[in-house]
Design a protein around this ligand. Structure first.
Ligand SMILES: [Mg+2]
Length: 229
């Protein structure tokens, strides 16, 4: 399904606009004598993220998968299995206190600004813990989105199509004119499709080649993709 004419662009936050603060995770691991690099953490994160996708495909809730997600990420970079629960507790505490997804992804800010300058209407639909709007502002996105829907705040999470409807109602836009860029097939693609939007998968690490959906390797490709439909 192609959108009639794309005027509205909705974004997922984690993995699309915001990255995990790898420097923070690295400091936690350094303090526990686990040697890793930002690059290793980033590569492990992308693998760990597929856990959430699988959990939802199997009928679970995305918000229930985060401990498994961190466990896989940490063990892949060499954290000792018997020490990971303590690190996960520390990460969870930090996420509630200061946010862990706080770093603008390469190219994302420039792309969002370009789409706004081109006249598109922009919003965010995120499975989050109540602080994604603040974290987006802290990363430099202040003033760019008409609405930021945080699943914790509205009480419904992707892939439930209702969370996308909340964004569209707030913006008074029709789903046929909107695309949604997300990074998890079972959460973002399935949810957006069920709500009648055109889903686009941001697949930065080429993990989902077999999925039947428009797929971008970088968010920087989005303006050209929109212009081509
Ligand atoms: Mg995401």
């Amino acid at each position: 399904m192609s959108p009639q004419r794309v005027t509205t662009v909705l974004f997922d936050a984690g993995g699309v606009l915001l990255d995990l603060d790898y420097a923070f995770v690295k400091r936690l691991l350094d303090a526990r004598h686990v040697e890793t690099t930002i690059e290793e953490l980033s590569a492990s994160e992308s693998i760990a993220r597929t856990t959430i996708d699988r959990r939802v495909r199997e009928g679970g809730r995305a918000s229930e998968a985060w401990r498994d997600y961190f466990r896989i990420l940490l063990i892949r970079v060499g954290a000792p299995p018997d020490g990971t629960e303590e690190i996960i507790d520390t990460l969870a505490e930090a996420h509630h206190r200061v946010g862990l997804w706080t770093v603008a992804i390469d190219g994302a800010l420039a792309t969002v600004r370009a789409l706004k300058e081109a006249g598109h209407r922009l919003g965010v639909v995120s499975n989050a813990e109540g602080r994604v709007e603040r974290d987006l502002e802290g990363a430099g996105y202040a003033g760019l989105f008409e609405t930021v829907v945080d699943s914790h705040v509205v009480g419904v999470e992707k892939p439930d199509p209702q969370i996308f409807r909340i964004a569209m109602e707030r913006m008074s836009v029709a789903p046929e004119t909107a695309v949604f860029l997300g990074d998890l097939p079972s959460v973002d693609v399935a949810g957006a499709r069920a709500a009648g939007l055109t889903p686009i998968l941001l697949d930065r690490h080429d993990l989902y080649a077999s999925i039947d959906v428009p797929r971008l390797r970088s968010i920087a490709e989005l303006p050209r993709w929109i212009a081509s439909v």
